[in-house]
Write a protein that binds this ligand. Structure first.
Ligand code: FE
Length: 205
C-alpha cells in the first residue's frame, strides 16, 4: 500500500580503497554492511505492504517489529551514504570555507571541534555526528549508539563518523583510536562545505 512500494538502490563508490583504508575494509563495509541496510529496508517495505495492521500491538506484533527495524535500516542507509560520500579528499580545508568559519565560531577552534568529535567517537558504539542543532542553529556533535538511537529530532548531520567495529576492524583490529586520523585525512572538506551551505539557514532565526 502506498509508499511501502518504494525500493532503494545501493549507491556505488567511485573509489576502491583510501589512504589508510584497505580495499577489503571498504568492500566489507560498503558491499556487505551498507548494502545490507538498504536491502533490509526494502525487505521491510515489502513485508509492510501485507502485514496485518489490525493486529498492531505495542507489546509485540509483526507490524511493530517491522516498524522498529524500518528506522534502524533507513538510518543505517542514510548515515552510510553520508559517510562514504565525504571521503575522497586529502583532509585539507581552507579558513574561508563557511563550514570552517562556523566550526571556529561554535567550537572556539577547529582543534576543539576535532577533540570533541574524537572523544565522541571513542565514547560511542555507533556514530559521532557533526550536526546542525535545530535548537539554536549551532553546529554540535551528537553521539549515537545505533543508527536510530541517540538522534536528536530535526538535527541535520553534516559529517558522519562510523565507529561500529565493522568500520575499522579489518585494518585496525580493536584499535579504534588508530582509525580516527585516517578518517580525518580522507575527508573532502569542499564536499562537506557544500553540504553545510545547503542546510545552514534551515534553522536560522
Ligand atoms: Fe558502518
Amino acid at each position: 500500500m502506498g509508499n511501502y512500494d518504494d525500493q532503494y538502490e545501493v549507491k556505488t563508490l567511485n573509489y576502491k580503497s583510501l589512504d589508510g583504508f584497505s580495499e577489503k575494509q571498504i568492500s566489507f563495509h560498503h558491499d556487505v554492511h551498507y548494502a545490507g541496510y538498504v536491502k533490509k529496508r526494502n525487505e521491510v517495505h515489502s513485508k509492510l505492504k501485507t502485514t496485518d495492521k489490525a493486529a498492531a500491538n505495542a507489546n509485540y506484533s509483526e507490524f511493530r517489529a517491522l516498524k522498529k527495524e524500518e528506522t534502524f535500516n533507513a538510518s543505517g542507509q542514510l548515515l552510510h551514504e553520508l559517510y562514504f560520500q565525504m571521503f575522497g579528499g586529502d583532509g585539507k580545508y581552507s579558513a574561508d570555507m563557511e563550514l570552517i568559519k562556523k566550526i571556529n565560531e561554535d567550537f572556539g577552534s577547529f582543534d576543539n571541534f576535532k577533540q570533541d568529535m574524537m572523544a565522541t567517537a571513542k565514547a560511542a558504539r555507533g556514530w559521532a555526528l557533526l550536526t546542525i542543532d535545530p535548537t539554536d542553529n549551532k553546529l554540535r556533535v551528537f553521539l549515537a549508539d545505533a543508527h536510530n538511537d541517540g538522534a536528536v529530532w530535526g538535527s541535520i548531520p553534516i559529517l558522519a563518523l562510523d565507529v561500529y567495529e565493522h568500520a575499522f576492524y579489518v585494518d585496525y583490529g580493536p584499535d579504534k583510536a588508530k582509525y580516527l586520523e585516517p578518517f580525518f585525512k580522507n575527508l573532502d572538506w569542499k564536499k562537506l562545505n557544500e553540504r553545510y551551505l545547503k542546510f545552514k539557514d534551515v534553522y536560522k532565526r
